[in-house]
Write a protein that binds this ligand. Structure first.
Ligand SMILES: Nc1ncnc2c1ncn2[C@@H]1O[C@H](COP(=O)(O)OP(=O)(O)OP(=O)(O)O)[C@@H](O)[C@H]1O
Ligand SMILES: [Mg+2]
Length: 461
């Protein structure tokens, strides 16, 4: 009886402990089930993502894959089981990704993050471009045993970037081509104007050459006469040395002097030399201006005296305007301007020829026609205005005169390129602008505004 009562007492004291253990067990099972569910949820979430997730073990010499999500398996054509435990290099085309792999190794050695683009390899050995960021997983305070790799297929993005680059290149090439064509067009127009000016220049040179020729042949015949005189003078000196009386020697010399008109020769010979020098100087001036005007354009901008450039252009264009206008120049004091002076000469020529044509059209001649060229410095700019009192431009054409190929002139006299080219040179090449003001029947003024420091100054804020 005593024994049975002791057992019952023992049983009654163990019961709460048992119950406690049971409830602990139940709680743990519930916690495990909860954790299992949470893990499954995380796996599902990672498998649902299109981003590639992979965890690799880097604790050993040979790295191993310890986790891959579905996206990575599908993209590479493997099952999860085929990848787990394998080296991650299985997924990389090592020949095409050497530099990226080197960066990955360095980062893992240092335990740092790394982002790389590499060529990935599928099970069937085909490849695709792949972008990936590797982040160390720090489970212990020291050392990194695992890396999380998050990546995506970037083939489409790279293709898009490539297409964009190609498009940009194409655009750049087209712009270069357009620029080249614009240069050729400007050159062609310049050559055309030089060709047109050539006939006039030949005429301009011919006039002084003619009077140089006349003066030189006069000097030649004068020299023949003077040589005769010299011979007679020498002979007379001999006769005087031989004590022949002067009265018999001098009359002969006087007769010869008056016969050869020594008075006239003494008067005219210096004038003939002057005319010759003047003629030679004029020809040299025209040739110099022509050389300066036609100076081959270099792309470089240099500092130039635009008053001098205008004078040069007026010299070469003289035959274009001399029958229809007198040119008045009012040159202000200008600083040297950073420009391509060859191109600006072409602008001046186009404006001067247009003025001459407008004067011819309104029936003006050298006594009534006038071209006025005024230059002035205004702050960091210079202005050059070229005005004529010609036919003027009707209001409805004012908008169009700068359009390429707009012309009111008959074939052979104009192609409508002059002002378009002038505007492109002034605005695009020199950061300046051209204004036009015109009154039909009264005349037209074109005004150029050019920054002294050239294009770069115009672009500065
Ligand atoms: N000073 C001016 N007076 C009157 N009309 C003008 C003047 N300058 C230009 N124009 C008008 O503007 C048009 C276009 O001029 P632009 O210089 O571009 O071409 P173009 O002179 O006709 O031919 P190109 O210069 O190619 O030989 C001219 O045809 C003319 O009608
Ligand atoms: Mg013109």
């Amino acid at each position: 009886m005593q024994t049975s009562s002791r057992v019952t007492m023992q049983q009654s004291s163990e019961l709460p402990m048992l119950q406690e253990l049971q409830s602990l067990l139940t709680a743990e099972r519930a916690e495990r089930a909860r954790l299992q569910k949470e893990l499954e949820l995380r796996d599902c979430a990672l498998d649902a993502a299109s981003t590639h997730f992979m965890i690799i073990d880097v604790s050993q010499q040979e790295w191993r894959i310890v986790y891959v999500n579905r996206a990575i398996c599908e993209r590479h054509g493997y099952t999860v089981a085929e990848l787990l435990g394998q080296s991650p290099s299985l997924l990389v085309c090592e020949e095409k990704s050497a530099a990226a792999l080197e960066r990955v190794s360095e980062a893992v050695l240092r335990g740092t993050n790394v982002s790389v683009e590499m060529e990935a390899r599928r099970k069937d050995h085909t490849t695709f471009s792949f972008g990936m960021t590797m982040t160390p997983i720090r489970t212990a305070p020291h050392g990194v045993n695992h890396y999380l790799c998050v990546g995506a297929d970037i083939t489409a993005r790279l293709a898009q970037e490539r297409a964009q680059r190609q498009l940009q290149e194409q655009l750049y090439n087209e712009m270069q081509e357009r620029e080249r064509m614009a240069i050729e067009l400007r050159l062609a127009q310049k050559l055309e104007s030089v060709g047109r000016l050539a006939a006039g220049i030949a005429h301009e040179i011919n006039t002084p050459i003619q009077y140089v020729g006349d003066s030189v042949s006069f000097l030649q015949s004068a020299e023949t006469d003077l040589a005769k005189l010299r011979t007679e003078y020498r002979r007379a000196i001999g006769r005087l040395v031989d004590h022949e009386p002067a009265q018999s020697v001098l009359p002969e010399l006087e007769a010869l002097e008056s016969n050869l008109d020594l008075e006239f020769l003494s008067h005219e010979i210096p004038k003939a030399f002057e005319r010759t020098l003047e003629g030679v100087e004029r020809v040299a001036g025209i040739v110099r201006a022509m050389k300066e005007f036609a100076h081959p354009d270099s792309a470089q901008h240099n500092y130039a005296d635009l008053n001098h450039a205008l004078s040069t252009t007026l010299t070469v264009a003289r035959t274009e305007y001399k029958y229809h206008a007198v040119v008045e120049t009012r040159f202000g004091e200008l600083p040297q301007v950073s420009c391509n002076v060859g191109e600006l000469n072409q602008v001046f020529l186009n404006l001067i020829v247009n003025a001459a044509h407008a004067l011819a059209e309104s029936g003006k001649d050298a006594s009534t026609g006038r071209i006025t060229i005024v230059t002035a410095a205004a702050g960091d700019q210079v202005t050059i205005s070229i005005a004529d009192n010609g036919c003027g431009i009707p209001q409805e054409n004012l908008e169009k005169v700068f359009d390429p190929f707009f012309t009111t002139k008959p074939v052979g006299r104009g192609t409508g390129q002059g002002l378009a080219i002038a505007r492109s040179i002034v605005a695009e090449k020199h950061g300046g602008r051209i204004d036009v003001h015109s009154v039909v029947g009264s005349g037209t003024t074109f005004t150029l505004h050019l920054p002294v420091k050239g294009q770069s100054a115009a672009e500065a804020p």
